[in-house]
Ligand binder design. Sequence first.
Ligand SMILES: Nc1ncnc2c1ncn2[C@@H]1O[C@H](COP(=O)(O)OP(=O)(O)O)[C@@H](O)[C@H]1O
Ligand SMILES: [Mg+2]
Length: 367
Amino acid sequence: MSNISKELILNVLRKVNDPDLHKDLVSLNMIKDIQISGDNVKVTVELTTPACPLKDKIKQDCVDAIRKDVGGIKNLEIEMGASVRSHVNAIKAQLLPGVKNTIAVASGKGGVGKSTVAVNLAVSLAKDGAKVGLLDADVYGPSIPLMLGVNGRPKMVGQPDSFKIIPLENYGVKLMSIGFLVEDNTPVIWRGPMASGAIKQFMADVEWDELDYLIFDLPPGTGDIQLTLVQLIPLTGAVIVTTPQNVALIDARKGLKMFERVNVTVLGIIENMSYFIAPDTGKRYEIFGYGGGKKAAQELNVPFLGEIPINPQIREGGDNGKPIVIEHPDCDESKKIREIARNMAAQVSIRNVLSPIIPKIEILSNN
Ligand SMILES: Nc1ncnc2c1ncn2[C@@H]1O[C@H](COP(=O)(O)OP(=O)(O)O)[C@@H](O)[C@H]1O
Ligand SMILES: [Mg+2]
């Protein structure tokens, strides 16, 4: 007869930590089930995100800990599941009832690849099994529908006074764009209050259903319109996309300041266009310099989520509506982007588990 018991296994798992969350799996309430039949044991672990960068490590740590301290087990199975956690506050529950987390992708200036990064991060999270939405809130140039390969307009359902907009979907990502509100090729030159009104409308009227992550592609910059938006949108956190050069560091700092003013956590900095590897010679060129993003993250004391090189396939993916993580899933760039998405998801989990602070909401002006 074996003396393997649930208590014994649970006690052993109390010694296994989630390396990101710095707590053990039992106090994090991640052990969902322990089944013992004779000398076979099955443990079900529920991570805080399907995009967990440490999934394999945590699984192995469980195996090692149980094998070390519990004798007599023949088959040991660790099943890894995930349930994304949320940091609910009143506003979020009201405006976005089924949405667990909202992440703004921001940049100090245009053209740094913010939309490209937002699309690829969203698709990456969906590929890892998360329920993902993307809201193109860039009133200056809504480009996400093109980049995600979505054309057509979303459907409206219900009565005129209580209608809902059904988002379009591609690659497992639900999409709404401010671009759907205007005719093709009509530049959207709106003034701040009108644009923010439209965004607010979006949030109330779109039928997102259940989402683990809703990603917002914000307009570039840190002006009034951005400030208004980050106060309107109930955000779990923000990521800042920058290019490597020194001026970008200044922009990143401005972005961080803006989020600090409205108590939005900066989940991290991503450096895009970090370097270029010539396909013919393999030589590396640091076209915009290198390392500004990491340096900014260190200086500003926020996580550095990773770097993405320049690669024409990334641009083509955007132009063709086939993001690189879909079209070339095994290339280095795609691997880097997938890793960045997981690092970002980990930061969301850290925030939800460790700092349940309800953001203070007050409307500030940007001067
Ligand atoms: N890492 C990259 N490698 C190659 N081209 C890129 C990369 N990131 C972005 N681009 C291209 O640069 C241009 C600007 O990117 P975009 O995402 O529209 O920037 P933003 O949203 O910040 O204005 C696009 O043509 C895009 O395809
Ligand atoms: Mg853009």
